[in-house]
Ligand binder design. Structure first.
Ligand code: SF4
Length: 326
C-alpha cells in the first residue's frame, strides 16, 4: 500500500474543502481499502466522511424515498419504509456481498464501487480503466463474467452493484453537493458507459459529495422484486440479474420498470421490455415475449455467449414472479 494522509471531516463544509483540494472521500471503505492494498488506487489523502449527517431514510411527501448516502446497506435493506414500498431495493441489497460487508458499506459507496474485472485488479495486466491507453486484457482474455451490453473496444467490464440495478429500474436520482452548490443527476446519467474513456465511471465532479439517492413516487399498488443468478448462492457477483417493478390495475399493466445487472457496463435499463408490457394483461406468453427484448443490441464475447439466453430467462422468470399469471 502506498503512503497516504488521513483526515476526518467534522462537517460538510470541511469535507468539501478537503475534497476540493484533491482528497478522496471514504466512509465504509470496503472497496477503496481493498484497491489501495492492491495498489490499484493510490490516493494521496483520504477524507473520512463517515461522521456526516447523511444517514437518514425519509419518505417524501409525494410517497417516494430519500436515502442518505451514508446509510449502511444492511440498514437500508431492513428499513420498514424500504421493505414496504420497494422490496426490489431491499432484496437487491440482501443479495449483495456478505453480512459483514453490508454492515459496513454505505449506499453512496455502493454505487461508486469499481468493477470486479480481474485484470483491473491485477496491476501487471493491461487495463484501460486503470491505465488509460494500455489496452484491455479482457477483450482476448478470460471474459466469462464480462459485459454483453454497453461495451466498447476500450472496456467490457460490468458494473458490480446490485442495488444500482434497482435504482436504474426505478429511475432514481442522485443528489450531489459540490463547490458550486447542489445538483441532481438522473441515475441513467450517473454511471457512465466506457466509450473511449473507461477510467471515467461516474458523473461526479472533483470534490463533489453524494448526499442522497431519491426514488420517485410510483403509482400504487406496486409489486417489485430482484432476482440474481450467480455461480454460487452467496457472496458472489451476478452473472445476470433482473430488477422488476409493476403497477397492475384492473388486470392491466399500467407501469413497468425493468433493468438488468451482470450484463452491462452500467446497470442496464430495459425500455423495450417495459414498452412491451405496458397496456397488456399478465400472461406467460407476455412474459416470454417481453423478455425476448432484453438482449437487443447485445454483443457477447468469446466466453460469455451464455449470458444472452440466461438474461432472457432471468427477466422472464422475474416478470412471472412479480406479475403472476392468469
Ligand atoms: Fe480493464 Fe475494462 Fe479491460 Fe477489464 S474490461 S481489463 S476493466 S479495460
Amino acid at each position: 500500500m502506498h503512503p497516504f494522509a488521513y483526515t476526518r471531516a467534522s462537517d460538510t463544509r470541511e469535507a468539501l474543502k478537503a475534497g476540493r483540494a484533491g482528497g478522496r472521500y471514504i466512509a465504509g471503505g470496503t472497496t477503496l481499502v481493498d484497491l489501495m492494498r492492491e495498489t490499484v488506487e493510490r490516493p494521496g489523502t483520504l477524507v473520512d466522511i463517515s461522521g456526516l449527517p447523511l444517514r437518514d431514510i425519509l419518505v417524501t411527501k409525494e410517497g417516494g424515498l430519500r436515502i442518505g448516502a451514508l446509510v449502511r446497506m444492511a440498514e437500508a435493506a431492513a428499513h420498514p419504509a424500504v421493505r414496504a414500498a420497494y422490496p426490489v431495493v431491499s432484496r437487491a441489497l440482501e443479495l449483495s456481498a456478505s453480512a459483514q460487508l453490508r454492515n459496513m458499506a454505505t449506499i453512496g459507496g455502493n454505487i461508486m464501487q469499481r468493477t470486479r474485472c480481474t485484470y483491473f485488479r491485477d496491476v501487471t495486466a493491461d487495463c484501460n480503466k486503470r491505465e488509460p491507453g494500455s489496452g484491455c486484457a479482457a477483450l482476448h482474455g478470460v471474459n466469462r463474467s464480462h459485459a454483453i451490453l454497453g461495451t466498447s473496444d476500450h472496456c467490457v467490464a460490468t458494473h458490480p452493484s446490485d442495488v444500482a440495478v434497482a435504482f436504474a429500474a426505478l429511475e432514481a436520482r442522485v443528489r450531489l453537493l459540490g463547490p458550486d452548490g447542489e445538483r441532481e443527476v438522473p441515475f441513467a446519467d450517473f454511471l457512465l458507459r466506457p466509450g473511449s474513456t473507461p477510467q471515467r465511471e461516474q458523473a461526479v465532479r472533483q470534490g463533489e459529495l453524494i448526499t442522497t439517492i431519491e426514488i420517485p413516487a410510483l403509482p400504487r399498488p406496486l409489486k417489485s422484486g430482484y432476482l440474481k443468478v450467480r455461480d454460487r448462492q452467496s457472496y458472489e457477483f451476478a452473472l445476470t440479474s433482473a430488477a422488476v417493478a409493476l403497477h397492475i390495475r384492473g388486470g392491466v399493466i399500467r407501469e413497468a420498470k425493468v433493468a438488468a445487472g451482470g450484463v452491462g457496463t452500467v446497470p442496464w435499463k430495459l425500455p423495450a421490455v417495459e414498452r412491451h408490457l405496458i397496456g397488456e394483461r399478465p400472461s406467460d406468453a407476455l412474459w416470454t415475449a417481453a423478455a425476448e427484448k432484453a438482449t437487443e443490441g447485445a454483443r457477447p464475447l468469446r466466453h460469455n455467449r451464455f449470458k444472452v439466453a440466461l438474461l432472457k430467462r432471468t427477466v422472464e422468470r422475474q416478470l412471472r414472479v412479480v406479475g403472476g399469471t392468469k
